[in-house]
Structure formats: structure tokens, C-alpha cells
Design a protein around this ligand. Structure first.
Ligand SMILES: C[S@@+](CC[C@H](N)C(=O)[O-])C[C@H]1O[C@@H](n2cnc3c(N)ncnc32)[C@H](O)[C@@H]1O
Length: 249
């Protein structure tokens, strides 16, 4: 399997068990992310949905519980897919299939195979954003939808520094927003030690449009309960950006 990140630090497979334990214990950021994704989704009844860069299947299981009739999760990391399979499906929901594949090609999937696709906290981890969005476009039927959540590209910037605002509320200082590229968090207990591709907001939105999508809705969620308690900064600035778009014919 090709490495997900460069050779200098851990890959997603290296930290898959740690990531699963983090989510299984209850993670404030993931609670906020999945609520954001859920609010963006259309009616799932009867829909065939692909969850791209599904990791241990947090969003994949939510899709199955939400009424989709067929749910497939895919991720480049075999370790993540093994863990996702072990979590199984949801009571009363459809069976979930898991497939190891690269989001930049989605070569395992036929053209137009899905009514909808999701990608929760995955697009920042994928080196070639254009290729991934073209691949998602290809596997959707015309008129199909794509909903994603990413680390907010304006605030989760490599050099972002926490500070206190003039009124004492938590704030963040950004000085190098325009420099795009791969970076790793130096936090040994952070998710982004596996690496991240920083891109500007306009890069994300323009890639989406160029890949053949119309943007339907954009969301910047305020931190929900657990995250607000853990990191009050994210009550002041959004930690995530969510979007739903429709595949043009
Ligand atoms: C932050 S995790 C998100 C996982 C899951 N969607 C969630 O919400 O918990 C990022 C995931 O992207 C996957 N990933 C990175 N590059 C990928 C690629 N080129 N194709 C498919 N998955 C990839 C990683 O293996 C990892 O599981």
C-alpha cells in the first residue's frame, strides 16, 4: 500500500488504532463535525452513498443509521478499513461494505454508481484535491450530491497561534494563510501529526466548481457541547467548513 503521508512521520495506518480509541472515547471535534455533516445531508431514504476517506467509519455508520439503502466506506489505509469492518453496521440499518481505495482515483467504483457521497475530515489529507473531486464526480450519477466537512482553511492554518483577544476571549493569530502545502502538527497527541495539506478557501471552492459541481450550501459550525467545553476558541471562530454540492450533468 502506498504511504498516505511522507516518510518523515506517522501515516494514517500508523495511528489508526490511536484514532479509533480517540473517537470511541468521544471527541469534541468529531461531535461537531458529524453534526455539521448531518445538517448538510439531503433525505437519505433509499440512497446509495459512498463515504470517501471513511477512516474507522464514524460517518459511514451515521449514513447507514440515517436511512441510506446502500452504504460503502472507502479509505486508502487498510488498517483503518480493518477497524471500520470490526465496528460493523448499525441496528436496523443496511449492511455496510468497506473497500480499500485511493480517493484520488476511486478505481474500484463504476461511473455513476452512487446517489450521494460524503467526505468527513478527509479532503485535507488527500494530496491531489483536483483528482479526488473529479473521481467523486465520476462515481456520482448526474444530479447526485457531495457533502464534505474540512478543517476550516482560514483558521486551521499551519502557523495558527492561540492567543487572548482584547476582551480576554480566546483568539487565534494567522500570518501565513496564502502559503499552500503539506505540513504536520508537532503535537505528538494531535490528529494532524499524520499530516495535512493546507489550501486556501478559494482553492477548495474553485476546485469543486472546476470538477463539475454546483455549490448548494456552505456551513461554518459553532463548537457543540464537548468541543465548546474543551476548546472555547471554537465558539468564537469556526473549526470546520462544511459544504454540499450537486454534480452537474
Ligand atoms: C482525519 S481521518 C478522517 C476519517 C473519517 N472520515 C472520520 O471522520 O473520522 C482522514 C482519513 O483520510 C484517509 N486518507 C488519506 N489520504 C487518502 C487517500 N488518498 N485516499 C483515501 N483515503 C485517504 C486516511 O487514511 C484517514 O483515514
Amino acid at each position: 500500500m502506498a504511504p498516505v503521508a511522507d516518510a518523515e512521520g506517522p501515516t494514517w495506518s500508523d495511528i489508526a488504532a490511536w484514532y479509533d480509541a480517540l473517537l470511541s472515547g468521544g471527541s469534541g471535534p468529531h461531535e461537531t463535525a458529524i453534526e455539521c455533516l448531518g445538517r448538510l445531508l439531503p433525505d437519505l431514504d433509499g440512497a446509495a452513498v459512498l463515504d470517501v476517506a471513511c477512516g474507522q467509519g464514524l460517518a459511514t455508520r451515521a449514513l447507514a443509521a440515517g436511512g441510506a439503502s446502500a452504504v460503502v466506506g472507502t479509505d486508502l489505509s487498510e488498517a483503518m478499513i480493518d477497524i471500520a469492518r470490526r465496528h460493523g453496521g448499525t441496528a436496523g440499518g443496511p449492511d455496510i461494505s468497506y473497500v480499500v481505495d485511493d480517493a484520488q482515483t476511486l478505481a474500484e467504483f463504476d461511473d455513476g454508481a452512487f446517489d450521494g457521497a460524503t467526505c468527513q475530515l478527509g479532503l485535507m489529507d488527500i494530496p491531489d484535491l483536483h483528482a479526488a473531486l473529479r473521481a467523486v464526480h465520476r462515481v456520482l450519477r448526474p444530479g447526485g450530491w457531495f457533502a464534505f466537512v474540512i478543517g476550516h482553511p482560514c483558521f486551521l492554518v499551519p502557523d495558527a497561534a492561540r492567543t487572548d483577544g482584547a476582551d480576554g476571549r480566546p483568539a487565534v493569530v494567522i500570518t501565513d494563510y496564502f502559503t499552500e502545502g503539506f505540513w504536520r502538527s508537532s503535537n505528538p497527541n494531535g490528529v494532524r501529526r499524520a499530516g495535512n495539506h493546507h489550501r486556501t478557501l478559494s482553492t477548495y471552492l474553485n476546485c469543486l466548481i472546476q470538477a463539475g459541481f454546483d455549490i448548494d450550501e456552505v456551513s461554518e459550525p459553532r463548537a457543540s457541547g464537548q468541543l465548546a467545553a474543551q476548546q472555547p476558541l471554537y465558539e468564537q471562530v469556526p473549526i470546520f467548513l462544511g459544504c454540499r454540492a450537486t454534480r452537474r450533468a
